[in-house]
Design a protein. Structure first.
Ligand code: UDP
Length: 516
């Protein structure tokens, strides 16, 4: 070895700017770093007083360094992780990665104004309406030149690009850098959306709610046009239809796909995706299991849970994006109360002193004292799910949440809203049989289909009590054990990860030898 520097693999990650994409990316970054890699994560930033000076000097690209004591937590000294992010995510990232490695954050800027968005919209969360979200995707399509500069300067052995940046594969190819794609979802959803994309079954039915069977699919799974993303339902070409098409095509152009799932969870779909649909893929999840224990949470809700009996509390939370209106929130409150179950409910609405909250039923907070807890804003979801008092999870079926529930051995009430969540619901309820559907039928970005109180009450009771609940609980506990085995030495995800690293190393050595 000439010098270690020549042979250290450098991998750059470029996730979409939303928590659901960033969280597993941070876990992947740590995992790759633990294999001795130098890791860089790219995300966006807009001008802040803190960063502006450096940004001026470096064409909107900035580097923000946090030094943390790697050795103290058992990581090799000198592991170098670089994260490119917007200032929106900087505090969040710093909290997630503190104590775990030496971290650099690179900031890039989304050209919001160029597409008519207010300056400073640098995350999907800041784009608060469905219309603004579409425009935000358009702004992200303009990040190519910034990526180009970074890749030219840093020449990583490989780029891991989010599915929402299909153009990144071409940018990397210019420098001979292979791209791995990260969708952040499971094989089942990848197979489901490919089935709908290729065969368009939703265009062959007479109504939005007429069921059809997903074509060319390992199991007989019923779906409806209403569950298909709206941008795939119509023939007119929009930014999003073009983006979605590009996302599917790039799966063949790229080096392969990284899947945050484990083989034993969905073997038929892992095989179908690779052998029938012909994609090269590595399942390396559940990613969050590799780094568990690095963030200790002392949230008061965990103490509250300590006072409860096993499996006696239902956890209700809809991820980082969903934004229910007052009418839906009131329906949830009433349904939960009627179920008679104890609950923790995460509501993404701030409490404003002196302002009456229309969605809170009269006297609700008084009546639920000791029995129910409302958390405003961000909740420590993984520790909550893992607490033995939690016996059910009402979830929007985001893939991270779904997998976290599986790994905690908690059965689910499935309430999909948008994205690929309706596929995830089918995996949970029909294939794995570890959850029951609340009855949401329509794909609707951010707000979801309206669900009535009776349906909520029924589904919550079904998942918490009775023989069906017990059966689901024992099935999901078996899956949780399989998940743990997958990330242990010799487990399926560890073997896939090792195979991926063998590939990366041989690509790295051959390009190194070509140069010398
Ligand atoms: N999450 C959390 N606390 C919250 C809301 C979300 O810790 O109050 C985490 C959750 O554990 C998961 C991620 O945020 O890891 C949400 O990702 P998911 O794919 O489930 O949904 P999305 O937010 O992308 O819709």
């Amino acid at each position: 070895m000439g010098s270690q520097g020549h042979h250290q693999l450098h991998v750059i990650f470029f996730p979409f700017m939303a928590q659901g994409h960033l969280i597993p990316t941070i876990d992947m970054a740590k995992l790759f770093a633990s294999k001795g890699c130098k890791v860089t994560i790219l995300t966006t930033s807009y001008f802040t007083p803190f960063l502006s000076k450096k940004i001026e000097n470096s064409a909107q690209i900035d580097i923000f360094n946090i030094r943390v004591p790697a050795a103290e937590v058992g990581l090799p000294e000198g592991i170098d992780i670089t994260i490119l992010t917007t200032s929106y995510f900087t505090p969040f990232l710093s909290k997630k990665i503190e104590n775990s490695a030496q971290i650099d954050i690179f900031n890039i800027r989304v050209p919001a104004a160029e597409v008519g968005l207010p300056e400073g919209i640098d995350s999907a969360h800041a784009a608060g309406t469905p219309e603004m979200m579409e425009t935000f995707f358009k702004a992200c399509g303009k990040l190519g030149p910034q990526l180009d500069q970074i890749l030219e300067r840093h020449r990583p052995v490989c780029l891991v690009a989010d599915m929402f940046f299909p153009w990144a594969t071409d940018v990397a190819a210019k420098f001979g850098i292979p791209t791995l794609l990260f969708h952040g979802t499971c094989y089942f959803a990848l197979c489901g959306s490919t089935s709908v994309f290729l065969h368009e079954p939703h265009k062959k039915v007479s109504s939005d709610l007429e069921p059809f069977i997903l074509p060319n699919f390992p199991d007989q799974v019923e779906f409806t046009a209403s569950r298909v993303p709206h941008f795939m339902r119509h023939d007119d070409e929009t930014e999003l239809t073009k983006l979605f098409k590009a996302m599917k095509e790039v799966e063949f152009k790229s080096y392969g796909v990284l899947v945050n799932s484990f083989y034993e969870l969905e073997p038929a779909y892992a095989d179908h995706y690779r052998k029938v649909l012909g994609r090269k893929a590595w399942n390396i999840g559940p990613l969050f299991l590799y780094n568990k224990g690095s963030n200790s949470d002392e949230h008061e809700c965990l103490k509250w849970l300590d006072s409860k009996k096993p499996n006696s509390v239902v956890f209700v939370s809809f991820g980082s994006m969903a934004n229910f209106d007052d009418e839906q929130l009131e329906e949830i409150a009433t349904g939960l109360e009627a179920s008679g179950q104890q609950f923790i409910w995460v509501v993404k609405k701030e409490k404003k002193e002196g302002v009456k909250e229309e969605w809170l039923p009269e006297g609700f907070e008084e009546r639920i004292k000791g029995k129910g807890l409302i958390i405003r804003g961000w909740a420590p979801q993984v520790p909550i799910l893992e607490h033995e008092a939690v016996g059910g999870f009402v979830t929007h079926c985001g893939w991270n949440s779904t997998q976290e529930s599986v790994c905690a051995g908690v059965p689910m009430v499935t309430w999909p809203i948008a994205a690929e969540q309706f596929y995830n619901e089918k995996l949970v309820t029909q294939i794995l049989r570890v959850g029951v559907e609340v009855g949401a039928k329509k794909w609707k970005r951010l707000v979801g289909d309206f669900v009535k109180r009776d349906a909520i009450e029924r589904a919550v009771s079904r998942v918490m009590e009775g023989e069906e609940a017990e059966e689901m609980r024992s099935r999901v506990k078996r899956l949780a054990e399989m998940a743990r085995s997958a990330v242990k030495e010799g487990g399926s995800s560890v073997l896939d990860l090792n195979a991926l690293f063998d590939d990366l190393r041989s690509a790295h050595y051959s390009s190194y030898e070509n140069l010398h």
